[in-house]
Write a protein that binds this ligand. Structure first.
Ligand SMILES: [Zn+2]
Ligand SMILES: [Zn+2]
Length: 295
C-alpha cells in the first residue's frame, strides 16, 4: 500500500518529486493548473520531460485533481461546457505525462434534483470528456460529504453515473474517508466499514476503487459537511484508519493525504508517519521501492 499526499506544484509540476520525497510521500496528487481558475495547464516540453523522468525514477503512483469550478450537473450550459473542456485538458495532460487519472468533484444540481435529466447529463458530459481525450487516463469520480445539492455523495449515485457510461473501463472512483464518514458511512468500525464496502462493491465494483483521499474528519458520522482534519485528530481517529486499512478493499489502493497539516501548510511528514505506523501495525507492506531505499 502506497501512502502519499497532495503535493504543491507551485513553480512547475516537475518540482513535486523533491517535495514528495521531503515528506516521505509514496504517491502523489497534484493540480496541473490553479484549481480556482479555468485556465488550461501550461506545461513546457522541458517541464513535461522532467516530470516524466521524475515519475519513472520515483515509481510513485500519480493523480491530478480537477479544477474546483467543474460542475457537470449545472443547468448553466456555458458552465458545463467549460467543465468538459477542463476535464478534457486534464485527461489529455494525464495521458501525455503518465499520470493515472483525474480525480474530480462531479458538482451540484443546484436544487433541480438528481434523478433523470441530471443523471443523464452528467454521464453524457463525462462521455464527451473521455472521447475528446482518447488515451488510458482514468476519469476518477470522488465521493463528497453530502453537503448542499452535491451529487455523488452516495455509492448508489456514483454507480448510476458509471452505468450511464455503459461501465466504461476508464471511469474509476476515489473514496475520500472524511467525506464518507460525514455522509454517514460508518467506516470506522469493522462492521460498518464492511457494510460500506459491500455497498460500494454492489453499486460500483471494488475494482474501480483506484485511490483513497485519506483525511480525518472534523465532522462526526453523518455531519454532511466537508471539514478535513489531521490523521488521528478527528472523528475517524487512529483506530478508525487501522480499521479502514485492514479492510481488503483498500489493500492495493494508494492513500493520498489532503489534511490541513500540523503547521497549517498541508500534508506533512507527521501525517504521513502516522499512516505509515498504522500500515505497519496492521501488517501491511510498504511498497517495494521504499524498502530498497533503506538497504
Ligand atoms: Zn478529497
Ligand atoms: Zn474534502
Amino acid at each position: 500500500m502506497h501512502i502519499g499526499a497532495h503535493i504543491s506544484s507551485a513553480g512547475g509540476i516537475h518540482k513535486v518529486f523533491e517535495r514528495a520525497e521531503a515528506i516521505g510521500a509514496e504517491a502523489i496528487q497534484i493540480f496541473p493548473s490553479a484549481p480556482q481558475q479555468w485556465k488550461a495547464p501550461v506545461i513546457s516540453d522541458d517541464q513535461a520531460q522532467l516530470f516524466r523522468d521524475g515519475l519513472a525514477e520515483s515509481a510513485k503512483p500519480a493523480f491530478f485533481h480537477g479544477v474546483y469550478l467543474v460542475n457537470l450537473a449545472s443547468p448553466d450550459e456555458a458552465l458545463v461546457e467549460r467543465s468538459v473542456t477542463s476535464l478534457t485538458q486534464y485527461l489529455d495532460w494525464a495521458g501525455k505525462l503518465g499520470v493515472r487519472g483525474v480525480i474530480f468533484h462531479a458538482g451540484s444540481h443546484l436544487g433541480r434534483g438528481w434523478d433523470g435529466e441530471c443523471a443523464a447529463q452528467v454521464s453524457g458530459l463525462m462521455r464527451r470528456a473521455l472521447d475528446a481525450a482518447p488515451n488510458d487516463a482514468l476519469l476518477v469520480i470522488e465521493n463528497n460529504a453530502g453537503q448542499g445539492n452535491c451529487i455523488g455523495a452516495t455509492f448508489g449515485e456514483i454507480g448510476e453515473m458509471i452505468r450511464g457510461l455503459k461501465n466504461d473501463p476508464r471511469v474509476a472512483v476515489c473514496l475520500d474517508t472524511c467525506h464518507a464518514l460525514a455522509m454517514g458511512y460508518d467506516i470506522v468500525t469493522a462492521k460498518g466499514c464492511d457494510a460500506a464496502m459491500k455497498e460500494f462493491d454492489k453499486e460500483i465494483g471494488l475494482e474501480r476503487l483506484v485511490a483513497v483521499h485519506a483525511n480525518d474528519s472534523k465532522m462526526p458520522l453523518g455531519g454532511t459537511r466537508d471539514r478535513h482534519e489531521n490523521i488521528g485528530d478527528g472523528h475517524i481517529g487512529l483506530d478508525g484508519f487501522a480499521t479502514i486499512m485492514r479492510h481488503k478493499a483498500f489493500r492495493d489502493v494508494p492513500f493520498l493525504l489532503e489534511v490541513p497539516g500540523f503547521d497549517g501548510k498541508g500534508p506533512d511528514i507527521e501525517n504521513i508517519m502516522r499512516l505509515k505506523a498504522i500500515r505497519a501495525g496492521v501488517g501491511l507492506a510498504a511498497p517495494h521501492f521504499e524498502s530498497k531505499e533503506r538497504e
